[in-house]
Design a protein around this ligand. Structure first.
Ligand SMILES: [Fe+2]
Ligand SMILES: [Fe+2]
Length: 496
């Protein structure tokens, strides 16, 4: 199957998922109409058929807009069944919760920042902004064309209430997600409820001024509804985020921070059982983070996947140079067996990561970080022993090759760290030469054919790695070999 046919197939699959979720959304709206008027909805539908058909068309157009957005902005995400299912399920749940709260309490009590916040942490800021607009318009359409009943004691008119809902959904949702993008911990995200509520109250005052007496019980009631709207956004967000993280295995900022902590189970195991690999992974993570930032990729995710890239070495840590203290067991093994042990760490890392239910991208990077490269050391050793009668495939990693920029970054960072650790002259020129050769060798061996990395990206990676590695292994002045006695320290006032 060529690339064009593959892309067509992915479009077809994505369109099918969008159509399925469109039907689910219409089902949710029907259930909402039954909830609003359990006895009269059957009559409402034939009496308002034109209006309802218009609503069905409007929602269809929104789904077309969503499809277009992902087609042009991020086709990789559109092609992922799991990702798009997660996106649509988040939308469906937010619409259902908003409809029920709007009808059972008040329009102002809807968790209007919920969709923006969930999308911000589960997907990306860009998508969160887009989805915030989509849900605001969708709720406006649903309210306008269904049998929505305004709470008459507080409504000026059903029309102005609906416009109020549209305006606040867009503004409060946007501001909440901008503030939310600065939060670093789950506790800080809980505190988001305060600014969201305050903002909602200010908007209520501004829109109601001149129409409702500020000190009237009605205004107090509206403030109460606003407080429910603001706080429920955060309560639902905090309750739903871990569920979505778990079900769809999404590496959110919080999840990434938990997984990169040295107390995360696999990280602790690596530190205790393969300290050499642990130290190597720390440096690779630091380099990868800087490279991702330079390319505008997710630097925290790059750091995390790099920390886990060599987890497969946990099954036999003593077989890898960085964990050996003098004795090298490969001296007693055939080159074929040694190559088998070494290359198995990529696949074993993939399996171990999936077994621990970590995000799939962690496993993908682990299995791809050596691509289909040959294990040169044992290939040359075998050549020497057999007078050159060996197949390079028998000494190569099975792949797959990196299929994302992050995997390509980790591949280059990994080899660069290992190579620069082995040299004594770590001048900028020397490190630059080594990193250039590593990139050129991988280009020659076609290791980047499955990912959309450009020559310009590779040049940026090279420069970033050189500056990073020369910083990590910077030149230190030699300390004089003079030993100070206890008396010297006392004389000098312990100022050593
Ligand atoms: Fe490795
Ligand atoms: Fe490595």
């Amino acid at each position: 199957m060529n690339k064009l046919e593959k892309k067509r197939g992915q479009y077809g699959k994505s369109a099918l998922i969008a159509a399925l979720h469109y039907v689910i959304m219409l089902g949710i709206i029907l259930l909402y109409m039954i909830y609003v008027d359990p006895s009269g909805w059957i009559l409402y539908i034939p009496q308002n058929l034109n209006m309802l058909l218009f609503m069905v068309l409007c929602i269809f157009l929104l789904y077309v807009a969503v499809f277009g957005y992902y087609s042009f902005e991020n086709f990789e995400k559109l092609a992922s069944v799991k990702y798009m299912n997660a996106v649509y399920v988040v939308l469906e749940l937010c619409v259902a919760i908003s409809c029920i709260m709007g009808q059972s309490i008040h329009l102002y009590a809807r968790p209007i920042a919920l969709m923006g916040l969930l999308c911000l942490f589960l997907f990306s800021k860009r998508e969160a902004i887009f989805w915030n607009f989509i849900i605001a318009i969708m709720l406006f359409i649903v309210d306008t064309y269904t049998n929505y009943e305004p709470t008459m004691d507080t409504a000026i008119s059903s029309g102005s209430d609906l416009y109020f809902s549209l305006v606040t959904s867009v503004t409060v949702g946007l501001i909440a997600l901008f503030i939310g993008s600065k939060t670093k911990t789950r506790f800080a995200s809980v505190m988001l409820g305060i600014p969201v509520t305050l903002l909602l109250e200010v908007i209520i005052v501004l829109l109601r001024i001149g129409q409702t007496d500020f000190f009237s019980p009605e205004m107090l009631r509206l403030f109460g509804y606003g407080a429910i709207g603001g706080m429920s956004s955060v309560v639902f967000f905090v309750a739903l985020l871990p569920i979505f993280e778990k079900i769809f295995n999404i590496p959110t900022t919080y999840r990434i921070r938990e997984l990169t902590s040295s107390n995360a189970p696999l990280m602790r195991k690596l530190k205790e059982e393969a300290s050499g690999t642990f130290n190597h992974s720390l440096v690779v993570a630091q380099i990868s983070e800087m490279c991702a930032a330079a390319l505008g990729e997710d630097s925290e995710l790059a750091r995390a996947v790099a920390l886990y890239h060599d987890m497969g070495k946990l099954s036999r840590p003593e077989c890898f140079t960085e964990n050996q203290a003098g004795y090298n067991l490969h001296d007693e093994l055939s080159p074929e067996l040694s190559a088998d042990i070494i290359r198995s760490h990529a696949r074993e890392g993939y399996e171990l990561i999936l077994k621990h239910k970590l995000p799939k991208i962690f496993a993908d990077v682990a299995v791809q970080h050596h691509g289909t490269l040959p294990i040169k050391y044992f290939y040359y050793k075998a050549q020497k022993m057999t007078d050159g009668v060996v197949k390079i495939e028998d000494f190569s990693y099975p792949g797959p090759k990196p299929d994302s920029k992050l995997a390509a970054i980790v591949m280059i960072a990994d080899a660069s760290e290992a190579a620069s650790r082995a040299i004594t002259n770590r001048s900028v020129e020397n490190v630059e030469k080594i990193v250039r050769e590593i990139i050129e060798e991988r280009l020659d061996l076609g290791q980047f054919t499955d990912c959309d990395i450009t020559i310009k990206d590779l040049d940026t990676i090279k420069k970033t790695i050189v500056s990073s590695l020369t910083g990590v292994y910077h030149h230190r002045v030699k300390y004089p070999a003079i030993k100070f006695g206890r008396e010297d320290r006392i004389e000098k006032g312990n100022n050593l």
